[in-house]
Design a protein around this ligand. Structure first.
Ligand code: PAF
Length: 282
């Protein structure tokens, strides 16, 4: 396994692999890896010959400086986990390497980033697009793997790739959950023991709402989810929206779309967790 920090070393290696006809699979991460990331690597292994994982905590996507400061980092542990999966190359650039000068690009995602995360984390998706477009340019992957937990991010990256006509296939991979249902996230390790005990209520409530929804309106379902989670007295819903899975715009009625997803952001103390559940898929 190679670990490189410079774009030049990365590109020299990728060129060699492409010359040999290898399919490059790419898993971009911000490190603090967990089973969810490993499942992306496993999917990349099935669909490609040479796997590149980037580990880079991208400052431009943090709208809250404290969040950037406290974001978990453990490179040695990450490297060990990726070695166990025989990943071929890890790219861990510095901020200077990725942003030798300020990235002033502004992306236009239409309505996709005007809702949910986009509304509550202004500038977040612009930062994600800056780093992902740079990484795609540097790695030139044939396929790139992203988790469906970040549902809105996945939709935005698909649009980015389409708008910039980048020759990469974006592969969405299912959410991986802890045995108690909590969606895996690097942020879970920031939860206090008490919050960790309460956090599974998010997934439990979302799953229960799948049954609750039949015979109930969209609004009743939204209220039920929000009231149940807030009713715990420990967790606080920032938003819960039931949206069209393609446009991400809220739906009023269940027959407004044949692809309907409920997306949630919840504060467990200071830690912000997101999750989603699919009500209807084609
Ligand atoms: O999902 C993430 O971990 C990050 O947003 C990504 C895609 C690696 C970009 O920094």
């Amino acid at each position: 396994m190679k670990i490189v920090t410079s774009i030049k070393e990365l590109q020299d290696e990728i060129k060699k692999q492409k010359k040999e006809g290898r399919v490059i699979g790419f898993v971009p991460t911000m490190g603090a890896l967990h089973e969810g990331h490993l499942s992306l690597v496993q999917e990349a292994r099935k669909q490609s010959d040479y796997i590149v994982v980037s580990i880079f905590v991208n400052p431009t996507q943090f709208n809250n400086p404290d969040d950037l400061k406290t974001y978990p980092r453990d490179l040695d542990r990450d490297v060990k986990m990726l070695k166990d999966l025989s990943v071929e190359l890890i790219f861990t650039p510095t901020v200077k390497e990725m942003y030798p000068e300020e990235d002033k690009r502004q992306f236009d995602f239409g309505m996709l980033d005007k809702v949910m995360e986009g509304k509550f984390r202004p500038g977040h998706f612009n930062g994600v697009a800056q780093v992902v477009s740079k990484l795609f340019d540097q790695v030139k992957p044939d396929k790139a793997f992203f988790g469906e937990k970040d549902f809105q991010q996945l939709a935005i990256i698909r649009k980015l790739v389409k708008d910039l006509k980048m020759p990469v296939e974006v592969v969405g991979c299912s959410i991986v959950r802890e045995p108690d249902g909590l969606a895996m996230s690097s942020r879970n390790q920031l939860l206090t023991p008490e919050m960790r005990k309460n956090a599974p209520l998010i997934a439990k409530t979302l799953f229960e709402s799948l049954n609750f929804a039949s015979g109930k309106t969209v609004k009743e379902t939204v209220d039920q989810v929000v009231n149940t989670i807030n009713g715990s007295g420990m967790l606080e819903v920032e938003y819960f929206e039931i949206v069209d899975g393609n446009t991400l715009q809220p739906v009023d009625k269940w027959d407004d779309s044949d692809y309907i997803v409920g997306c949630i952001a919840v504060f467990a103390g200071k830690v912000r967790l997101i999750d989603n559940v699919t009500y209807k898929y084609h």
